[in-house]
Design a protein around this ligand. Sequence first.
Ligand code: MG
Length: 158
Amino acid sequence: MEYRTGLGYDVHALRPALPMWLCGVRVPSEVGFVAHSDGDVAIHALCDALLGAAALGDIGHHFPDTDPAWKGVDSKLLLRRVVEMVRAAGYAVGNVDVTIALQAPKIGALVPEMRACLAGVMGVPEDRVSVKATTTERLGFVGRGEGCEVWAIATICK
Ligand code: MG
């Protein structure tokens, strides 16, 4: 077995009256993400982790925000495409772990739904998908409610 690991990171700014999508789930919130796509910063970080593990570049290379085709796109579609690329390179998805840093709203109650959604899109069992949420204790741009920061790690194998 050959194992590979990749790390993904993404940030999106928050603004009032925009939709908030995280891990494919619509989060009830008065603020949402500024983005060319649907702004699902968690899926974007996860895509970069998977692409990184397979050394297949990054999300900006495959889905450039200058391309109108990706305007407002459902990020679940991007994740599905990325998993197809990873599989086409001969790898299976081992496990993924996503950490979301967001001051508000609280999203802990949505984590089971987020895990189920990501597992469904990637076609892997839910026990291979971890989603964690943290605040930054009101420190930094996340703590001031200006944005959301996400790290993701993925292990793939063949
Ligand atoms: Mg992004």
